[in-house]
Design a protein around this ligand. Sequence first.
Ligand SMILES: *Cc1c(COP(=O)(O)O)cnc(C)c1O
Length: 222
Amino acid sequence: MNVKENLQVISSKINEACSKVKRNPEEITILAVTKYAEIDEAQRVAEAGVTHFGENRDDDFLKKREALNDDMTWHFIGTLQSRKVRNVINKVDYLHSLDRPSLAAEIEKRANKPVKCFVQVNVAEEESKHGLLVNDVIPFIKSLEKYEKIQVVGLMTMAPHTEDKELIRSVFKRLRLLQQEVKALHLAYAPCTDLSMGMSNDYPIAIEEGATFIRLGRSLIR
Ligand SMILES: *Cc1c(COP(=O)(O)O)cnc(C)c1O
């Protein structure tokens, strides 16, 4: 594994995607997804200069956070079971998987301060994936007004695993339109300015469609 070389490849692809659509590469944050990596590998990612880390299981999240700690920003990107909320929520900087009312209620109960959340959307309506259906997103976000510990910073999705680039693009495009709709509501607790979309096999498309956080595992750590 050579993280520095991987990062160079990734940053040139980010620049290329940005120049296609006239975006500033500084708008895009790379989140290192370390779920396949050992602790020493995650440490090498940190040494290469990455400061945002994401994990999708509570035990690994706590372990890696403990080992790296310092000035990192920590993202929880996986489905979060309500009974696990108390273990992690006060150690999470961003939660990418807010996807149901019961999870919101549990966060309200357990968090000591407002948590930056992405509402996860199952744009492609895949049975295997979590997330709200597109039409349920705005009613759900409106229902969060009563909570003080939830701040909706943006929307998150995972595109289908497919070679069909136009299908992938249409999913990202749909998420951006929805994000703009939510943003236009001007809800104080839901600025919804960010888009968490794009993984190793589709991040250039996600950037062309407006991603601000890309979640990279295999392309960064292998
Ligand atoms: C694993 C995972 C990623 C990273 O996947 P890669 O294809 O390895 O880049 C991104 N987002 C989520 C939610 C994941 O579970």
